[in-house]
Design a protein around this ligand. Sequence first.
Ligand SMILES: Nc1ncnc2c1ncn2[C@@H]1O[C@H](COP(=O)(O)OP(=O)(O)OP(=O)(O)O)[C@@H](O)[C@H]1O
Ligand SMILES: [Mg+2]
Length: 296
Amino acid sequence: MKQTILFPSGFFDVCRVDEDMEAEYEAVAATGLYHVVLYEYEQWFHGGRLVLHNKPSYPVEAVYRGWMMKPEQYRRFFDALRQQDISLVTSPEAYELLHIFPRIYPLIRKDTAPILVYPEGTQPDLEEIKTHFCRFMVKDYVKSVKGTAFPAFFSRDITREEFDRWMKLFYQYRGELFTGGICVKEYLSLRRYGGKINEYRVYYVKGEILSVSRNAGQGDWTPEPPQKLLEKYKNLDSPFYTIDYAELENGIWMILETGDGSVSGLSEGQSGEAFFRALQKGLTAEKRNADGSLFP
Ligand SMILES: Nc1ncnc2c1ncn2[C@@H]1O[C@H](COP(=O)(O)OP(=O)(O)OP(=O)(O)O)[C@@H](O)[C@H]1O
Ligand SMILES: [Mg+2]
């Protein structure tokens, strides 16, 4: 039986895939390996109603590819789909674990920058931050506000007034999308090649590496992350997730962030068709223990 993929529909035409997901949709179609279901974007995100197109008439397991949701929203999405006999491969628990950085942090702390966490409703404590970090960057539990006027990092010489002013702007930029609280990270010295950092996005599916791709527009000749490190994190508690790794100036590789596989974008230039072929294989592969017996 074909695997099922769930995409958001377009804003203007609910019978077509979301304009931003068209390339993936085409790649999925080109593999011939999937049945595609659409859910109406507007109805779900602004009306809380799940309206499906092209739903199979029998129960299926499905993979979601589309927009990020907050963990509570993903749980409702998961439950609403269940009621329509569609079981997403990623449980709400697995989604939250990989999507919310402070949740995954204890499991990856040896290979990522140290963080300080300030849950929603509490104030980031600048004095405390300064005692821990010379340079630091600000994200919420999910995203930064990269590409805006907000500074990529702060130094210890920032004053409380300046910091408070910037933080006001941070909340404005994130707006409705603000998730969980503030996550302050030590700002690392990343190695650059031709001005670009050397970041890779690795997708994992059911305990295997699905793809490894350059994720910062760097040249195709830059060093790759050590296989041993990539293997170390292939068994986190989710069937489908991403980890972004980057090279430091001293040559060590660190994790920059993790993500749920369903809501993480492919790298620029990554082959969608190869990705969806590998995904189908990874999802359906029989897993065997060293003694040849099947995984439970
Ligand atoms: N700890 C760090 N030290 C130095 N630079 C960092 C660190 N973490 C992230 N960066 C830089 O900031 C960029 C954005 O960070 P990150 O990927 O964590 O946020 P994001 O909002 O999810 O961005 P994107 O949409 O690009 O994934 C990274 O691509 C990298 O250049
Ligand atoms: Mg990133």
